[in-house]
Design a protein around this ligand. Structure first.
Ligand code: GLU
Length: 281
């Protein structure tokens, strides 16, 4: 800032500079991406259609483990729950949302991998899930991944689940890549598909929904390790460090366990312990 001013103008410029510092500081960088001044909200990407993880309910509320994690992290960054704006982050759009500055960070069953790390950074991980299969309750012909090779399978575009199927698990499966897993679920019910594949954490949430009781079952495979990270803009070391600190605190103060129990307990999901932080070190 140029302060080569005289008299009243100089005083005014100085006052403005001091005011900006007092109101802004570190928090500026944690507010809405691309911001210059202090923002009174933070935009966070989550899933809207994954019960137990990220779900927008008909009355406009948000529930799930990722929502609780996002709310905890935002609080550590200085934002109350009322200051969070949740934005839908479907699997294929996550990198774009981060790169475009549409969200400050993403907590959306977002696995850390090298391909994604070429475009965005992650904090965490904060959760470990495994890829599994969901089939109709009366299905008896699908017990392992290879059984999918002559089957109609649904997964989601831009997900590691779809990529794993194509590259190694069942390259000959008739794979449809939907926009979101809830589309796959309705297709599984009406027999458009024989199976839906993604993380067991997501599948357990669908199977446990009241409206789905008795309709589906998880095959119980562990086809991959999916370490969920919190996605953020590449190179934002400061935010990455702060989010890692928030995740560590969330685990050590018992909040992580509480969130797991509250969100996965009803689905009877057997979770892995909290993973060690690997990103940013
Ligand atoms: N965790 C996997 C991924 O990040 C699958 C779940 C999802 O699509 O969000 O691709």
């Amino acid at each position: 800032m140029k302060l080569i001013k005289t008299g009243a103008a100089a005083t005014l410029a100085l006052t403005l500079a001091l005011t900006a510092t007092a109101c802004g500081g570190d928090k500026d960088k944690d507010s809405k991406a691309g911001s210059g001044g202090k923002k009174d909200k933070i935009v966070v990407g989550i899933k809207f259609d994954q019960p137990g993880l990220g779900l927008k309910t008909p009355d406009g509320k948000f529930t799930g483990f990722d929502v609780d994690v996002a709310t905890y992290v935002a609080k550590e960054l200085g934002y109350e729950a009322s200051q969070i704006e949740f934005k839908q982050a479907v699997s294929a759009e996550r990198e774009n949302l981060i790169k475009n500055g549409d969200v400050e960070f993403i907590v959306a069953s977002y696995s850390i991998n090298d391909k994604r790390k070429a475009q965005v950074d992650f904090a965490g991980p904060y959760f470990l899930a495994h890829q599994d299969l969901l089939v109709r309750a009366d299905e008896s012909g699908i017990a392992k991944a290879e059984d999918l090779n002559d089957k109609k399978l649904c997964s989601v575009t831009g997900s590691t689940s779809a990529q794993n199927v194509k590259e190694k698990l069942a390259p000959k499966a008739d794979l449809k890549q939907a926009g979101g897993y809830s589309e796959c679920l309705s297709g599984l019910e009406n027999k458009t598909f024989d199976a839906l594949t993604t993380d067991n954490s997501i599948l357990a949430g669908y199977a446990a929904q009241e409206k789905n009781q008795g309709k589906f079952k998880l095959v119980g495979l562990s086809l991959s390790n999916e370490n969920y990270g919190i996605g953020l803009k590449k190179g934002n070391k400061e935010l990455q460090t702060k989010i890692n600190a928030a995740v560590k605190k969330m685990v050590s103060d018992g909040s992580w366990e509480k969130f797991v129990k509250a969100n996965f307990g009803p689905a009877n999901y057997k979770n892995e312990p909290a993973p060690q932080i690997t990103e940013g070190s």
